[in-house]
Write a new protein. Structure first.
Length: 269
C-alpha cells in the first residue's frame, strides 16, 4: 500500500461479526483505508439442540439441504459429518458465494447456488428448486430470521424441516471509540452486511452520534438492506452486491481515487 492507494486517508467502519471481518479488513487496508472493526452481531451456539438433532436423525431421507449462511455451515456441518454426512442423492444448496466456500471447506465443493444474487429469492428462482413436491427439505439456519425459503418451498409441496443451529445476539462491544470518532469526524464510511446488524448498530451507539453516523456513506450488499438503511434517514446508500471485492470496489468508486488494483481485485476472497 502506498500514499497513492485509492482509499488513503479514509476510515471505514466494518460491522461484521467478530472473527469474520479479517478478509474485508485486509482488503480495505490494501487499498489504503483504515478498517475500524465494530461487530454489531454476535454468533452463539444454541443451548437447545432438539431441532438440529431432529434434522440429523433424518439425514438419510433429506433430498435437499439448504444452508442460509456460512455461520450455519460452521455450526451444523461438524455434527452432520459426525453422522456420516449427506446421502449421495442429497442436493446441497448455498445461499451465496461465502456459504458455498464454507461448504467447500467441509468437502462439498459443488454446492448449488444462484449465479446472480445471494439471497432466498435468487435461490428460489433456480430450476432445481422449482419441482420439489414430496421432497424432504432441511434448511440449516440461525434462530429466527426470514421464513421466505421455508414458506415458498412448503407452498411448492416440499416437506420442510428448519434446523436452527446458532443464534444472533447484540455483542457486548465498547462503543466509546466509535462514538468518539463520529464526534471528531474521523470516520468516512460504513459497511453493513445485514439488516439485523444495521438495527443493532443504532442501539449500540449513543443517540447523539446517530445523526453523524447517518450522514456517512453506507455500503450494503442488497436492496433490502438498502431500504432499511434509507428508512433510518441515511441519504448516501450504495448497493454493491455480495462479497468483499464488491464492497471495496464500491468504496473506491465512492471515496477513492479510481478503482482498486488488479492484484487486490483478484486475490480478495
Amino acid at each position: 500500500m502506498s500514499d497513492g492507494a485509492p482509499l488513503t486517508g479514509n476510515a471505514v467502519l466494518v460491522t461484521r461479526p467478530a472473527g469474520q471481518s479479517a478478509a474485508l479488513a485486509a482488503a480495505l487496508s490494501a487499498e489504503g483505508a483504515e478498517p475500524v472493526l465494530f461487530p454489531t452481531i454476535g454468533i452463539e451456539a444454541l443451548a437447545d439442540h432438539r431441532a438440529l438433532d431432529d434434522a440429523l436423525d433424518h439425514l438419510a431421507t433429506t433430498r435437499l439441504a439448504v444452508f442460509v449462511s456460512a455461520n450455519a455451515v460452521a455450526h451444523a456441518m461438524p455434527a452432520i459429518a459426525a453422522r456420516g454426512g449427506f446421502d449421495a442423492a442429497t442436493l446441497v444448496a448455498a445461499i451465496g458465494p461465502g456459504t458455498a466456500r464454507a461448504l467447500a471447506r467441509f468437502g462439498i465443493p459443488t454446492a448449488l447456488r444462484a449465479p446472480d444474487g445471494a439471497d432466498s429469492e435468487a435461490l428460489l428462482d433456480l430450476p432445481e428448486l422449482a419441482e420439489v413436491a414430496g421432497t424432504d427439505v432441511t434448511i440449516f439456519a440461525g434462530e429466527g430470521g426470514r421464513t421466505l425459503l421455508r414458506d415458498a418451498l412448503g407452498d411448492r409441496g416440499a416437506r420442510v424441516r428448519v434446523a436452527p443451529c446458532y443464534r444472533r445476539v447484540v455483542p457486548a462491544v465498547p462503543p466509546m471509540p466509535v462514538e468518539a470518532r463520529l464526534r471528531e469526524g474521523t470516520l468516512h464510511a460504513v459497511t453493513i452486511t445485514s439488516s439485523e446488524g444495521l438495527r443493532n448498530l443504532q442501539t449500540m451507539l449513543a443517540a447523539d452520534v446517530l445523526p453523524r453516523l447517518h450522514g456517512l456513506p453506507h455500503v450494503v450488499p442488497h436492496p433490502r438492506i438498502a431500504e432499511a438503511t434509507s428508512a433510518l434517514g441515511v441519504g448516501d446508500v450504495i448497493v454493491c452486491g455480495a462479497g468483499d471485492a464488491a464492497i471495496v470496489d464500491a468504496l473506491c468508486a465512492r471515496l477513492g481515487r479510481g478503482i482498486r488494483s488488479e492484484q487486490v481485485r483478484h486475490t480478495t476472497p
